[in-house]
Write a protein of this length. Structure first.
Lengths: 212, 427
């Protein structure tokens, strides 16, 4: 069976998909990003040239416990109130994971639930909600994603981010949860807050004189 | 690869749609809006590179810091990206919030009100019930008291912002204080931001920047300003109480050792002439305990009369002399149907540091020539416990804490005078 490929609409070059399922990648030739949806495998219009202000870049390496990982890509969500960077990381054992960065908070995502149920839609800012496999969570932000930009490659955890609602929670013990809602889909990410040092990162952007 | 760089993107320079002056956006990847410092024109910055003019703020005056200034805080380089002048909707008080950005720490806020500064950091506080809560606890920081609840409007703005600052909904805000900390929230339907701030002196703020700037004059007391004498007041009070208790115990123990107080002389002198001054010489007596104190109890039978006594106690062995004096006065009468009296016919004079030996005293008495005093009795009791040292030490131990207590009380009242939730309102 022939490998699934993507033909770049900009340079017509062919890129072979090397990640199964929904994912994002960049054209091997012109480096323009594209998203592959299994259901509708057409490249979406996404922002280009959007940089992040985070020290984490593609190629950054890290270590959590016995596992090492490498940052392979980033989806930046431009929202009404803030900007969120969802980094894809590839662990040494071959599985993908995520680091979510928002306004200086770094969260290592250790669980993704693509069918968390409708109860999460009852979340209200400043109120508690009981989340399955998480416990009591405090909702602190409901935001709308207006645009996304993509760098590198990684798994798409959500079929379509544009115009989705992004909901953030924290617990009393530094756990965090993020939920993406759209009309058709809900995806819940569960994780824990980490500091930059706790993520044991190397090959990051030098922070000194960052503003120059 | 597009959009990936190992260095930070350089600032973006745009032209103001209104005055055409350059505007430098340092966090343009995140900025959602900006306001020209020169003319106040506010624009929405779309990530698809569209700039839409939206509003014009009135230009602010007397801003201490320049946009783009670098603040070196806790070893990290923050850049001032915007400032907002906010006005509380009820009392119309103003304050300035300077937003500082760092790629790792995110957004910190330096707020200034009446020359007082607070460095505010985002904080994740878990509060479910916003109703009538007056006290909240923060781990490692203690109990915070509600200081104020309010809403605000933005009066002036300049710089780049990560969201549209002209949202229609006014956030509901509250400040809780536990000097030097302040815990604040801003809540709308869509978000709640908690900030934990710490009172920061202008001197500390100056140490963060290299520019030579004029800071506003400090007025009044900030809600979370710590009391100037910077020590743990609870420990201080505990230490004072413990010291006073210890002092009483020592005094009781020492008094217990002195069990042989003894009268060594008792003499009575009668007024037998009309002179206004006279001197009596006592019979010799023995002081038998070295380095002891003696009480001279003087007594008379005065009635609406007075007398003064000047003693010279002479150690006949060494020739040492001790001078001390005392007075007696007693008045009584009947006025407006009530009898009254004041003064006393008895008094005690204490002499300390007496050495062992044979003594006598000369007592020089002065009185009103027209009113004879009857008699003067003098009893000498040796080896009495000395209470004056105890009182002096007690005063030394308590005067400073009492002074601190009242100063602190005054400070606290003044600190809470701008609060709708002052604990001093009912006093």
């Amino acid at each position: 069976m022939a490998a699934l490929t993507h033909i770049c609409k900009h340079c017509k070059a062919e890129t072979v998909f090397d990640i199964s399922g929904n994912h994002y990648d960049a054209c091997n030739s012109c480096q323009k990003p594209f998203i592959r949806h299994e259901a509708a495998p057409l490249a979406e219009e996404i922002l280009e040239n959007c940089e992040t202000l985070s020290p984490i870049i593609i190629g950054t390496k890290g270590k959590i416990g016995a596992d090492t990982y490498t940052v392979t890509g980033c989806i930046t969500l431009f929202q009404n109130r803030t900007t969120v960077n969802l980094y894809s990381i590839l662990y040494n054992h071959g599985l993908y994971g995520y680091i979510l960065e928002c306004d200086g908070d770094l969260s290592l995502i250790d669980h993704v639930n693509e069918h968390p149920g409708n109860k999460l839609k009852e979340a209200r800012v400043g109120k508690e909600i009981d989340i399955n496999q998480f416990g009591m969570a405090y909702c602190y932000c409901l935001d709308k994603t207006n645009y996304i930009s993509i760098k590198g490659k990684g798994k798409m955890i959500f079929p379509k981010f544009d115009n989705s609602i992004f909901c953030s929670f924290y617990s009393k013990d530094k756990k965090v949860a993020f939920c993406f809602f759209s009309k058709e889909h809900t995806t819940l990410l569960l994780g824990k807050l980490y500091t930059l040092n706790e993520l044991n990162l190397s090959s990051i952007r030098p922070i000194h004189d960052w503003y120059k | 690869m597009i959009g990936i760089n190992s260095t930070y993107p350089t600032p973006l320079v745009l032209s103001c749609l209104q005055c055409k002056k350059d505007i430098k956006l340092i966090t343009h990847q995140r900025a959602a809006s900006f306001c020209c410092e020169a003319c106040g024109a506010y624009s929405i910055y779309d990530k698809q590179k569209e700039i839409k003019s939206s509003y014009t703020f009135i230009k602010a005056k007397d801003i201490a810091f320049k946009l783009g200034s670098v603040f070196k805080i806790e070893g990290l380089e923050f850049v001032l990206i915007n400032y907002l002048i906010k006005e509380e909707t009820s009392y119309k008080t103003n304050w300035i919030e300077y937003t500082l950005f760092h790629p790792v720490e995110g957004y910190w806020t330096l707020s200034e009100s009446d020359g007082h500064y607070n460095l505010m950091k985002p904080y994740k506080y878990y509060l479910q019930n916003f109703g009538n809560i007056r006290n909240i606890h923060v781990e490692d920081k203690g109990n915070f008291q509600l200081y104020n609840k309010y809403k605000f409007k933005i009066k002036h703005a300049a710089g780049e912002f990560f969201s549209d600052i002209r949202d229609k909904e006014l956030p509901a805000c509250a400040d809780f204080v536990a000097p030097p900390y302040i815990l604040s929230y801003e809540k709308t339907t869509d978000e709640i931001y908690w900030y934990l701030g710490e009172y920061t002196t202008p001197k500390t703020v100056k140490s963060w920047i290299t520019d030579d700037l004029n800071f506003p004059i400090t007025e009044g007391i900030a809600p979370n300003q710590p009391f100037s004498l910077n020590f743990d007041h609870t420990s201080f009070i505990r230490m004072t109480v413990a010291s006073v208790v210890l002092l009483f115990i020592i005094q009781a123990i020492l008094s217990g050792f002195i069990t042989d107080a003894k009268e060594v002389s008792k003499q009575t002198y009668y007024h037998g002439d009309s002179l206004s001054q006279r001197t009596y010489v006592s019979e010799p007596f023995e002081i038998t305990v070295n380095n002891s104190a003696a009480d001279f109890d003087i007594a008379s039978n005065l009635n609406n009369n007075w007398l003064e006594t000047d003693f010279t106690l002479v150690n006949e062995t060494t020739g040492d002399q001790y001078f001390f004096s005392g007075a007696l006065e007693f008045y009584a009468g009947y006025t407006d149907g009530e009898s009254w009296s004041e003064g006393s016919n008895q008094s005690t004079l204490t002499v300390s540091r007496l050495t062992k030996g044979k003594y006598h005293y000369n007592v020089h008495v002065t009185n009103d020539i027209t009113k004879p005093f009857g008699y003067l009795g003098v009893s000498v009791i040796q080896n009495v416990p000395l209470t004056s040292n105890f009182i002096i030490v007690l005063l030394c131990l308590t005067v400073f804490p009492i002074y601190i207590y009242f100063r602190r009380k005054r400070f606290d009242r003044k600190q809470w005078q701008n609060s709708d939730y002052s604990p001093y309102d009912n006093e």
